[in-house]
Design a protein around this ligand. Structure first.
Ligand SMILES: [Zn+2]
Length: 199
Protein backbone atom coordinates (compact mmCIF):
# COMPACT_ATOMS: atom_id res chain seq x y z
CA UNK A 1 0.00 0.00 0.00
CA UNK A 2 1.34 3.49 -0.72
CA UNK A 3 -1.60 5.40 0.71
CA UNK A 4 -2.80 5.09 4.31
CA UNK A 5 -5.01 2.00 4.18
CA UNK A 6 -8.59 2.36 5.40
CA UNK A 7 -9.71 -1.20 4.71
CA UNK A 8 -8.10 -4.63 4.53
CA UNK A 9 -7.13 -5.42 0.90
CA UNK A 10 -8.06 -9.09 1.47
CA UNK A 11 -11.43 -9.03 3.23
CA UNK A 12 -12.56 -5.38 3.17
CA UNK A 13 -12.81 -4.94 6.94
CA UNK A 14 -11.94 -1.44 8.21
CA UNK A 15 -8.39 -1.37 9.62
CA UNK A 16 -6.96 0.63 12.51
CA UNK A 17 -3.40 1.89 12.96
CA UNK A 18 -1.40 -0.11 15.47
CA UNK A 19 2.07 0.15 16.95
CA UNK A 20 4.68 -1.14 14.55
CA UNK A 21 6.04 -4.62 15.25
CA UNK A 22 9.33 -3.10 14.10
CA UNK A 23 10.82 0.05 15.57
CA UNK A 24 11.22 3.09 13.35
CA UNK A 25 10.88 6.78 14.02
CA UNK A 26 11.38 7.81 10.39
CA UNK A 27 7.86 9.23 9.96
CA UNK A 28 5.23 10.59 12.31
CA UNK A 29 2.57 8.85 10.25
CA UNK A 30 1.23 5.43 11.28
CA UNK A 31 2.94 2.79 9.14
CA UNK A 32 1.20 -0.37 10.29
CA UNK A 33 -2.50 -1.19 10.37
CA UNK A 34 -4.23 -4.35 11.50
CA UNK A 35 -7.22 -6.27 10.20
CA UNK A 36 -8.95 -7.86 13.18
CA UNK A 37 -10.89 -10.16 10.87
CA UNK A 38 -7.82 -11.65 9.12
CA UNK A 39 -5.69 -11.11 12.24
CA UNK A 40 -2.98 -9.81 9.95
CA UNK A 41 -1.08 -6.57 9.42
CA UNK A 42 -1.47 -4.15 6.51
CA UNK A 43 1.66 -2.12 5.84
CA UNK A 44 1.74 1.44 4.51
CA UNK A 45 4.93 1.60 2.47
CA UNK A 46 6.85 4.16 0.45
CA UNK A 47 7.09 3.77 -3.33
CA UNK A 48 10.61 3.17 -4.68
CA UNK A 49 11.86 5.55 -7.33
CA UNK A 50 15.03 7.20 -8.47
CA UNK A 51 16.75 9.79 -10.60
CA UNK A 52 19.59 10.09 -13.07
CA UNK A 53 22.10 12.95 -13.09
CA UNK A 54 23.52 13.05 -16.64
CA UNK A 55 26.72 15.06 -16.35
CA UNK A 56 28.28 16.98 -19.26
CA UNK A 57 31.27 18.95 -18.03
CA UNK A 58 29.94 21.28 -15.32
CA UNK A 59 26.30 20.95 -16.35
CA UNK A 60 23.54 18.47 -15.58
CA UNK A 61 20.47 17.45 -17.56
CA UNK A 62 17.18 18.69 -16.09
CA UNK A 63 13.60 18.25 -17.25
CA UNK A 64 10.66 20.60 -16.93
CA UNK A 65 7.73 18.81 -15.34
CA UNK A 66 4.44 19.04 -17.24
CA UNK A 67 2.61 19.60 -13.96
CA UNK A 68 4.53 22.78 -13.14
CA UNK A 69 5.89 24.91 -16.02
CA UNK A 70 9.13 26.72 -15.17
CA UNK A 71 10.05 24.14 -12.52
CA UNK A 72 12.86 21.71 -13.27
CA UNK A 73 14.14 18.47 -11.77
CA UNK A 74 16.44 15.57 -12.47
CA UNK A 75 14.86 13.00 -14.80
CA UNK A 76 13.15 10.69 -12.33
CA UNK A 77 10.30 8.32 -11.73
CA UNK A 78 8.98 5.23 -10.03
CA UNK A 79 10.45 1.76 -10.29
CA UNK A 80 8.08 -0.69 -11.97
CA UNK A 81 7.47 -4.33 -11.07
CA UNK A 82 10.39 -6.55 -12.06
CA UNK A 83 12.84 -3.70 -12.63
CA UNK A 84 16.06 -3.17 -10.73
CA UNK A 85 16.52 0.46 -9.62
CA UNK A 86 19.10 0.94 -12.40
CA UNK A 87 16.71 -0.46 -15.03
CA UNK A 88 13.86 1.70 -13.76
CA UNK A 89 15.75 4.97 -13.81
CA UNK A 90 17.30 4.15 -17.22
CA UNK A 91 13.76 3.67 -18.59
CA UNK A 92 12.59 6.93 -17.02
CA UNK A 93 15.60 8.78 -18.46
CA UNK A 94 14.83 7.57 -21.97
CA UNK A 95 11.10 8.25 -21.62
CA UNK A 96 11.63 11.81 -20.40
CA UNK A 97 14.70 12.93 -22.35
CA UNK A 98 15.28 10.57 -25.30
CA UNK A 99 18.72 9.57 -23.97
CA UNK A 100 19.40 5.85 -23.70
CA UNK A 101 21.86 4.37 -21.23
CA UNK A 102 23.04 0.88 -20.34
CA UNK A 103 21.83 0.43 -16.72
CA UNK A 104 25.25 -1.04 -15.88
CA UNK A 105 26.85 2.33 -16.69
CA UNK A 106 24.83 4.11 -13.97
CA UNK A 107 26.82 4.94 -10.84
CA UNK A 108 25.13 5.33 -7.44
CA UNK A 109 25.56 8.83 -6.01
CA UNK A 110 22.78 9.43 -3.45
CA UNK A 111 19.59 8.14 -1.85
CA UNK A 112 16.78 10.02 -0.20
CA UNK A 113 13.18 9.99 0.97
CA UNK A 114 10.39 12.49 0.47
CA UNK A 115 6.66 13.13 0.40
CA UNK A 116 6.00 14.61 -3.08
CA UNK A 117 2.24 14.47 -2.55
CA UNK A 118 0.31 14.35 0.71
CA UNK A 119 0.71 10.93 2.31
CA UNK A 120 2.47 9.56 -0.81
CA UNK A 121 5.92 8.75 0.43
CA UNK A 122 8.78 7.95 -1.95
CA UNK A 123 12.22 6.55 -1.40
CA UNK A 124 14.73 7.34 -4.12
CA UNK A 125 17.97 5.82 -5.34
CA UNK A 126 19.92 8.20 -7.52
CA UNK A 127 22.52 7.53 -10.17
CA UNK A 128 25.03 9.52 -12.19
CA UNK A 129 26.32 8.94 -15.72
CA UNK A 130 28.54 10.84 -18.13
CA UNK A 131 26.75 12.28 -21.17
CA UNK A 132 29.33 10.43 -23.28
CA UNK A 133 28.02 7.11 -21.92
CA UNK A 134 24.50 7.85 -23.15
CA UNK A 135 23.19 7.69 -26.71
CA UNK A 136 20.55 9.70 -28.53
CA UNK A 137 19.54 13.32 -28.82
CA UNK A 138 18.03 15.25 -25.91
CA UNK A 139 14.35 15.61 -26.67
CA UNK A 140 11.66 16.12 -24.04
CA UNK A 141 9.00 13.46 -24.01
CA UNK A 142 6.61 11.60 -21.72
CA UNK A 143 5.91 13.70 -18.61
CA UNK A 144 8.56 16.32 -19.48
CA UNK A 145 7.75 19.44 -21.51
CA UNK A 146 11.42 20.45 -21.95
CA UNK A 147 14.84 18.96 -21.29
CA UNK A 148 18.23 20.71 -21.33
CA UNK A 149 21.59 20.91 -19.65
CA UNK A 150 22.13 23.62 -17.03
CA UNK A 151 25.15 24.80 -15.12
CA UNK A 152 24.22 26.23 -11.70
CA UNK A 153 25.01 29.70 -13.08
CA UNK A 154 22.76 29.21 -16.12
CA UNK A 155 19.87 28.10 -13.92
CA UNK A 156 20.35 31.03 -11.54
CA UNK A 157 20.42 33.51 -14.46
CA UNK A 158 17.26 32.01 -16.03
CA UNK A 159 13.59 32.52 -15.12
CA UNK A 160 13.51 28.80 -14.23
CA UNK A 161 13.78 27.24 -10.79
CA UNK A 162 14.09 23.84 -9.18
CA UNK A 163 10.82 22.01 -8.54
CA UNK A 164 9.86 21.62 -4.87
CA UNK A 165 10.15 17.83 -5.09
CA UNK A 166 13.72 18.21 -6.35
CA UNK A 167 14.52 20.61 -3.48
CA UNK A 168 12.85 18.21 -1.03
CA UNK A 169 15.12 15.40 -2.20
CA UNK A 170 18.36 17.14 -3.20
CA UNK A 171 18.29 20.56 -1.56
CA UNK A 172 18.37 23.89 -3.38
CA UNK A 173 21.97 23.77 -4.66
CA UNK A 174 22.36 22.44 -8.18
CA UNK A 175 26.13 22.82 -7.71
CA UNK A 176 25.98 20.24 -4.90
CA UNK A 177 24.17 17.72 -7.13
CA UNK A 178 26.74 18.18 -9.90
CA UNK A 179 29.71 17.91 -7.52
CA UNK A 180 28.32 14.76 -5.84
CA UNK A 181 27.60 13.14 -9.21
CA UNK A 182 31.04 14.06 -10.59
CA UNK A 183 32.67 12.69 -7.43
CA UNK A 184 30.77 9.38 -7.70
CA UNK A 185 31.70 9.06 -11.38
CA UNK A 186 35.36 9.67 -10.56
CA UNK A 187 35.28 6.85 -7.97
CA UNK A 188 33.12 4.46 -9.94
CA UNK A 189 33.42 0.73 -10.06
CA UNK A 190 31.10 -1.14 -12.44
CA UNK A 191 28.69 -3.56 -10.72
CA UNK A 192 29.23 -7.29 -11.24
CA UNK A 193 26.59 -10.03 -11.43
CA UNK A 194 26.42 -12.30 -8.37
CA UNK A 195 26.91 -16.00 -9.26
CA UNK A 196 23.76 -18.11 -9.01
CA UNK A 197 21.32 -15.22 -9.08
CA UNK A 198 17.92 -16.45 -10.28
CA UNK A 199 15.92 -13.25 -10.76
ZN1 LIG B 1 -8.85 -8.71 6.45
Amino acid sequence: MNQPPTHCPYCGTAVEPVDSPMVSDAADTAMVYRCESCEDYVFYNPTPGGSVAVIDGDSVLLVEDFRSPGEWKLPSGRIELGETPREGVARELEEETGLAVDPADLVYFFDEAGEPADEQYMVGIDYAVHRADTTGTVEAASDATDARFFTPEELAASPHELKFTHVQRFGDSLAWVIEEAQSALADCRPPSTPPGRTY
